[in-house]
Design a protein around this ligand. Structure first.
Ligand SMILES: [Zn+2]
Length: 216
């Protein structure tokens, strides 16, 4: 198999402009494009000829067009790629609607923290790290038991929730707040056994559910 570069912001797919890593550019000059796989999807690109689907059926194979293209085919391509881009923007806006607002996420994390509570052991760990019970309450810390069911007051699109606590490891959830004091996410400090020995009580590893900087 030839070497390849996956599509990225620095190397967008020349056929569909993908930057998410779905397409590949091979070192033999061919392009594997994930947006146009089958012959009936041939986008009639002015610079790239559709060849065939690759063996895996994941990509369409394209090679550089040798013959000179007419202005017509170039205009046609640009028109269509503009339409596709508009379609992508529309789909993105549609997805954004299902993402929680900052206020809803804050409410969700507060409800989650109240529902899960803190085990005596986890509270002792936090106390041992110098946190008072008031600070623990204000910080919304809660015991994160991987796989534990959550009730339906908790928004299903809260990060890390899919009807249950969806992370793989248990520990203490440490919420992060924005400048307005709204909870925007949380990380899990693992409290159990990890490779290399038991470090219970010595919270050194954590698993990002949502990027934060304030794990104690
Ligand atoms: Zn592509």
């Amino acid at each position: 198999m030839s070497k390849f570069i996956t599509s990225s912001r620095r190397n967008p797919c020349p056929i569909c402009d993908d930057i998410s890593g779905d397409c590949r550019s091979l070192d033999n000059g061919l392009i594997l494009c994930h947006s146009f796989i089958d012959r009936h999807q041939d986008p009639s690109h002015p610079d790239w000829v559709y060849r065939k689907p690759d063996k895996s059926g994941i990509w369409g194979i394209f090679s550089e067009r040798r013959e000179l293209q007419t202005q017509y085919s170039r205009d046609y391509w640009l028109e269509h790629s503009r339409k596709r881009r508009a379609e992508r923007e529309r789909a993105k806006a549609e997805r954004a609607k299902t993402i929680l607002s900052v206020e809803d996420r804050d409410r969700g994390i507060r409800a989650l923290s109240a529902e899960m509570g803190l085990t005596t052991g986890d509270r002792q760990l936090l106390n041992a790290r110098g946190l008072t019970d008031e600070q623990i309450a204000a910080g919304l810390f809660f015991s994160y038991e991987a796989g534990r069911q959550v009730n339906d007051r908790i928004p299903g699109n809260l990060p890390g929730i899919r009807g249950k606590l969806a992370g793989k490891n248990s520990g203490i959830a440490c919420p992060a707040f924005d400048l307005d004091g709204l909870a925007i996410g949380y990380q899990i400090r693992l409290t159990g056994e990890v490779t290399g020995g038991n470090i219970a009580g010595d919270m050194v590893r954590y698993q990002a559910i949502y990027p934060t900087e304030n794990c104690p």
